[in-house]
Each structure stands twice: as structure tokens, then as C-alpha cells.
Design a binder for this molecule. Structure first.
Ligand code: TXA
Ligand code: MG
Length: 324
């Protein structure tokens, strides 16, 4: 791993882009202290300039370089969940560039636990700005191969760390106030946050930091995606097939995949495993080039909140009229 680390650090130092694994999804990294490098990152992703990026750091000692105020809530959550799949929104330090924060007065910070991400951050020394390694609005990457296929030569170095453990992006919490506000659900659930903070989550207000990446349309495959209850799904799959359309299905229950020509993927029954496999499953089904991708509706409740959130946005993003 050492020679790869040296090469990745050299690329970051000269303002290049390095894709690297984290415990959530692959990140597309650039030196967070180099606005030009972050410009390249936005260009590669095709991301609008007012979208802030998360700054990844090696440890708590680095926080003050990026945040000017570490609230008691932030300390409690950091102690409980870092290193790990949590992003905290804090008031930004004066030197943090507008290209990192999207012009907001806050900065998103995360200390990842993945050994490669950690080693890279330690060796690099500075903060690494890293959005998920996918083109804007599209499905995140959980394998190095996904990143290579999506970006080709636009990325200078891809660090292959195999599959990401969690499979969906970090939980984002606004920790600027006296009560935490959940901005993006993830593997760390609302219940986990409330327990660790010892206080109930507050609802987002007009003053909560904007998390523009939590757009209604996001995480979308190219194939139109619909989420529906199992019986309806079978009916629609049969109807579409009769009309000569090709259908892809992602379903947890043992719905009988007897329909000829339907591309079928059996999804895990358990929430964490479902999340782990979600993006790879969506990519595989998308690659089948069908006319529709039908996803069986999931249970409600805190354990399913994060994947339900991703599927809703994927469905919205896959409708051509709503992709901005
Ligand atoms: O798990 C993750 O969080 C992955 C890995 C690579 O760390 N990263 C990731 O980044 O998902 P991205 O850019 O795809 O999503 C970050 C989200 C976006 O919705 C962005 O708007 C929000 O975080 N965000 C970043 N900084 C923010 C800030 N200062 N205030 C509000 N939202 C912020
Ligand atoms: Mg993303």
C-alpha cells in the first residue's frame, strides 16, 4: 500500500484528483486547501459551484483548521461516532475557501474510519475535499471499478480498496446549534444521534445549513426507476413485458420471477446489507439497458430511513422532467 500512498499524496499535492475508498462510498478527493484543485473536482463531477463539499481530516487535532466553533453537541457526536460514517456541519474557520463551503458560513467535516482513507489523510497532512465519486445526480460508487468506468482519465489516481462496508453516504448532522439537526439520514440513525447527544433532534429551520446535495432528484440511474408494492410491481412488470418493453426488478421478497425476459435481482432482506448492496445493484440493473427499473417498496422505520431516502431521490432523478 505504501507506494500507492506515496503516489496518491503526490497527486494531491500537485493539485490532482485521487479517488479513494471510505467506509461509506468512494470519494473523489482534492486538496481542500487548493481552490484550483477543487475547481477540477467540480468540473469532473459536473457539479454546480454552489454545492459545498465535505472536508475529510485525519483526526480531532485537525478540526480547528476548518471549524471556528466546536459546539458541545459536536464534541459528543464526534466522540461517539468518529472515526466513522458521520459528517458534522460546523461554523467554518475564516481561512476556509468559498469553493469548499459553497459560499455558506459552515463547513462539513468528517473523520473516516477506512484504513486507506485514514492512511491517506495522515500522510497528506491536510484536509481532503471529497464528494462521492460519481457524476452529479448519479449513483454513488462502492467499488474502484465503478469510479474508473464513470470518470476514466478525468481522475489522476484511483485507490482500489475493494467494496465499501456501509454502501451509502454518511449521516449528515448540523451541529452548529444547541440541538442536532439531521440533514441526511445514513447508517448512523436518527435514534443513534439522539442517544449519543442525549437530546432530541430538532427539525430543520429556515436557518439550517443548506445541503443542496440532498436534492429531491439524486442518486439516479439512467433507467426510469419506480418504487412500488410487490403485487403492483409484478402486475406492472407483466404489463410492460407484454408491451414488448424490457424490465429490470430489484425485490426483497420472494416474488416469483417467472416473467420471461425480466432482469431480476434479489435484494437482501436486512436493512444494512440492503444498503451495502444498493448502489452496485442499481448500477448492474441500469447497465442491463431496460426500459424501466422497478424497485419493491421497503419497510418504513428508522433502520430503513436512509435507503428509503436514497430510493425516493433516485426515483425522482430518473424522471426526465424533474432532473434539473
Ligand atoms: O459518505 C460520504 O459523506 C461521502 C464520502 C466520500 O465521505 N461523501 C459524500 O459527499 O457523500 P457528497 O458531496 O456526495 O455529499 C455531501 C453532502 C452534500 O449534500 C452537500 O450539500 C452536503 O453534504 N454538505 C457539505 N458541506 C455542507 C455544508 N457546509 N452545509 C450543508 N451541507 C453540506
Ligand atoms: Mg454525492
Amino acid at each position: 500500500m505504501n507506494s500507492q500512498l506515496d503516489e496518491a499524496v503526490a497527486v494531491l499535492k500537485r493539485g490532482g484528483l485521487v479517488a479513494f475508498p471510505t467506509e461509506t462510498v468512494y470519494g473523489l478527493g482534492a486538496d481542500a486547501g487548493n481552490p484550483e484543485a477543487i475547481g477540477k473536482l467540480y468540473a469532473a463531477k459536473g457539479r454546480p459551484a454552489d454545492h459545498p463539499v465535505i472536508v475529510h481530516v485525519a483526526g480531532m487535532a485537525n478540526l480547528n483548521e476548518w471549524a471556528r466553533e466546536i459546539t458541545p453537541i459536536a464534541r459528543q457526536l464526534a466522540q461517539r461516532f468518529w472515526p466513522g460514517p458521520l459528517t458534522l456541519i460546523l461554523k467554518r474557520a475564516p481561512c476556509v475557501s468559498d469553493v469548499v463551503t459553497g459560499g455558506q458560513d459552515t463547513v462539513g467535516l468528517r473523520i473516516p474510519s477506512h484504513p486507506i482513507a485514514h492512511a491517506l489523510l495522515e500522510k497528506f497532512g491536510g484536509g481532503i475535499a471529497a464528494p462521492s465519486a460519481n457524476r452529479f445526480g448519479r449513483v454513488s460508487a462502492t467499488l474502484a471499478e465503478h469510479v474508473r468506468r464513470e470518470f476514466g482519465d478525468a481522475v489522476d489516481f484511483v485507490f482500489d480498496g475493494g467494496e465499501c462496508d456501509v454502501g451509502i453516504e454518511s449521516t449528515i448532522v448540523d451541529a452548529t446549534g444547541s440541538a442536532p439537526v439531521l440533514l441526511r439520514p445514513g447508517h448512523i440513525t436518527a435514534r443513534d444521534i439522539e442517544q449519543a447527544a442525549g437530546i432530541a433532534l430538532a427539525a430543520p429551520t429556515a436557518h439550517s445549513p443548506r445541503a443542496p446535495g440532498t436534492l429531491a432528484a439524486h442518486y439516479a440511474p439512467a433507467t426510469p426507476l419506480l418504487v412500488m408494492e410487490g403485487d403492483l410491481l409484478l402486475e406492472l412488470a407483466a404489463t410492460l413485458t407484454r408491451q414488448g418493453k424490457r424490465v429490470a426488478v430489484l425485490a426483497r421478497s420472494a416474488l416469483q420471477p417467472l416473467l420471461a425476459g425480466v432482469v431480476w435481482t434479489a435484494a437482501p432482506r436486512e436493512a444494512q446489507q440492503y444498503a451495502h448492496d444498493l448502489y452496485a445493484n442499481l448500477r448492474t440493473l441500469d447497465a442491463a439497458g431496460c426500459d424501466a427499473l422497478l424497485v419493491e417498496e421497503l419497510p418504513q422505520g428508522p433502520d430503513w430511513a436512509a435507503v428509503n431516502d436514497r430510493l425516493l431521490r433516485a426515483a425522482a432523478g430518473a424522471r426526465p422532467s424533474s432532473t434539473a
